[in-house]
Design a protein around this ligand. Structure first.
Ligand code: AN7
Length: 355
């Protein structure tokens, strides 16, 4: 299927000869989650809660970032840029490097040293980006990107580039298309706060055009050690095992607060143990392996259910923003291994399996 800019062309005003750089992103599955639904009903005491997972890990580079990057990179090409640049906790850099490679642009990446999951770093290397790891965090990397962007020599493709959010709003379109209407609640991880803002734009646009009949409550979840919006101030040294959302000064802070307030939703936080529990539940009970940061949406839903913030007969979508294969170290650390190394002997193997 064609990528998001072609499929949703009517929602954009780019010219007919706009150079679309696409890897056929989008059209990701909306997977029913019966075990999570039952758990939410159990925790909340509310019957008939239907939970779906929007599995963005099945995008071409394995995260939702592809939806925004197709537009940002296409626009960079249209504007005659030769270089794109981004700061990243990993996924933005993977997407920028892939779309940059496809467009024939040079991709420059600034990463928080030692805090990017192995798969994401591998992607940026293979796609051929130039990579600087700083002795600092994402927020410091983004400050450097902003400064370099002001030279005019490079096109910034972080979500301060408005085309990123315009592309990412199609996640909301797709799930409304599949459900036949907007859900009651949307649960989504919050890091730099672009995606929650983009989904809200998409839901508003569908409701304003009469394509959907309602707007969901936007329920965003930060990691407890990196929860500036929850606490109402910047976090100088954000910490969480969910490295993708290890961000202390989100670029789209105000937009995310507006999404929360206009939708009657909330932005709350979940602890690292709650994130790990949801990460394990998703993989071992639903068969869906996302990355730890993505599991913040489901951890948030479980927390909300325990706090009686979930309503009976509601349809809930959790956005799983990235693929679990990007972070094999976390899978090995937090999985529940049932493994043994044995001689090539059927009796011993059978004994281990309890057969
Ligand atoms: C898997 O790649 O910020 O709130 O530099 O990779 O829109 O920032 C990644 C963010 C959630 C948070 N889940 O989304 C980056 C980066 C995953 C992510 C988020 C990110 P935003």
């Amino acid at each position: 299927m064609a990528g998001i800019l072609e499929r949703y062309r009517n929602f954009y005003d780019f010219p007919a000869d706009f150079p679309i750089i696409s890897l056929n992103e989008g059209n990701t599955p909306l997977i029913p989650a019966p075990k999570i639904s039952a758990e939410v009903s159990r925790l909340s005491g509310q019957p008939d809660v239907q939970v779906f997972l929007k599995f963005e890990g099945l995008n071409p580079t394995g995260s939702f970032k592809d939806r925004g990057m197709t537009y940002a990179v296409s626009k960079a090409v249209a504007d005659g840029h030769t270089h794109i640049i981004c700061a990243s906790t990993g996924n933005t850099s993977a997407a920028a490097a892939a779309y940059g490679a496809r467009a024939g642009l040079k991709t420059l990446i600034i990463l928080p040293g030692g805090k990017v999951a192995l798969g994401k770093l591998s992607q940026a290397i293979m796609y051929g980006a130039a990579i600087v790891e700083i002795d600092g965090n994402f927020d410091q990397a983004l400050d450097i990107v902003r400064a370099l962007g002001e030279t005019g020599k490079v096109c910034v493709v972080n979500s301060i580039n408005p085309y990123r959010l315009q592309g990412q709003k199609t996640g909301a379109f797709e799930l409304c298309d599949v459900l036949g209407d907007a859900p009651d609640d949307l649960y989504i991880p919050v890091g730099n706060a672009g995606n929650i803002s983009a989904y809200w734009m998409g839901f508003k646009e569908y409701a304003d055009k009469g394509i959907s009949s309602k707007r969901p409550r936007m329920c965003g979840y930060q990691a407890a050690g990196a929860a500036p919006i929850v606490h109402g101030h910047k976090i100088e040294k954000p910490e969480t095992l969910a490295t993708a959302i290890r961000i202390g000064n989100p670029a789209s802070w105000q937009l995310a607060e507006a999404a929360r307030d206009d939708s009657g939703g909330r932005i709350d936080c979940v602890t690292d143990p709650q994130i790990v529990a949801a990460y394990q539940f998703l993989a071992s009970r639903e068969g869906v392996l996302c990355e730890p940061s993505s599991a913040a949406s489901v951890a948030g839903l479980f927390k909300a259910a325990s706090l009686s913030q979930v309503q009976a007969n509601s349809t809930i979508v959790c956005v799983l923003t990235g693929n679990g294969l990007k972070d094999p170290d976390s899978a090995i650390e937090y999985g529940n291994p049932q493994r043994a190394q044995l001689p090539a002997d059927s009796d011993q193997v059978a004994a281990f399996f309890g057969l």
